[in-house]
Design a protein. Structure first.
Length: 275
């Protein structure tokens, strides 16, 4: 992508307030993390938009970017659906950042068709039992690979080729429909989102013989963590972000680096009795 990218965020408060990943209510932590991520990005980029459901909007509307209300999906299982919804709204090239991703130095994003954070091949084992479920129902999908051997971490996910974006959305909705029709309360620990998004995207791109641009392009997680430090990128993925020391560090950085906005967000939370 030539020139400065459009950066978008999405936040549906329902899943993180209603025991996503059996973590209870993580609303306040997510509000602070989202605010810090956006404010870091605001240091480097002009075109930033947060899409927030009505609940989250009340606490983040004052941030120095466009903040647009969206409808909550009220789904704790397919918890990243809002990300798909806002990607579909885009009419020009964009990069979606997860709200636990932080850009502490300006990154000059440059990509052709699609960019992802990194290859998750070292973490591929966590996909396997999920694929065992999906593979029962995907035999008729031309692009689907039953055991591709890798997937993509999508803490950064952007498209310059919007036709490719549309093909990915079509693949997503097809797989989501398969999951909804065939899931039942007896199936436990599926956590489908990493297949619906990361693996599904990897399978589609493999089928189309498209290699995405990797933000972190080293061959293993250790080297990629070193590269991330060098370029000023951090992604606190998964449940790690709820560790008490990390929760405290996020709030501390927000208060020290962006004191005005921290006070605004904290005041909005306090007015609703969230302390």
């Amino acid at each position: 992508m030539k020139g400065e990218p459009r950066i978008i965020y999405s936040l549906d408060a329902f899943p993180i307030s209603n025991n996503r990943w059996n973590e209870g209510n993580r609303f306040k932590e997510t509000i602070y993390s989202t605010a810090l991520s956006i404010l870091y990005s605001h240091l480097w980029y002009q075109d930033i938009e947060l899409y927030a459901d009505e609940t989250a909007y009340k606490f983040l509307y004052m941030l120095p970017c466009r903040v647009t209300k969206i409808t909550s999906n009220e789904d704790t299982v397919i918890w990243m659906k809002s990300k798909i919804d806002v990607m579909e709204k885009q009419t020009k090239p964009f990069i979606h950042l997860d709200n636990d991703a932080f850009i502490k130095k300006k990154i000059n994003f440059d990509f052709d068709k699609v960019i992802v954070e990194q290859n998750d091949y070292e973490l591929y084992g966590m996909y396997q039992y999920r694929l065992d479920f999906f593979n029962q129902y995907t035999q008729d999908l031309e692009y689907w690979k039953p055991d591709l051997g890798y997937a993509f971490n999508c803490g950064v996910l952007g498209f310059r080729d919007l036709k490719l974006r549309d093909e990915f959305l079509e693949a997503y909705y097809t797989l989501e429909d398969i999951f909804i029709k065939n899931n039942n309360p007896g199936i436990t620990r599926i956590e489908p989102c990493i297949v619906l998004e990361q693996y599904n995207l990897a399978s589609l791109l493999h089928h189309k013989n498209i290699k995405p641009t990797l933000l972190l392009w080293k061959k293993n997680l250790y080297e990629n963590s070193q590269l991330a430090d060098k370029i000023g990128y951090t992604h606190i993925a998964g449940q790690k972000k709820y560790r008490i020391d990390i929760v405290q560090e996020i709030e501390n950085r927000l208060s020290k680096l962006f004191p005005y906005w921290y006070k605004e967000v904290k005041s909005a939370l306090a007015k609703e009795g969230i302390v």
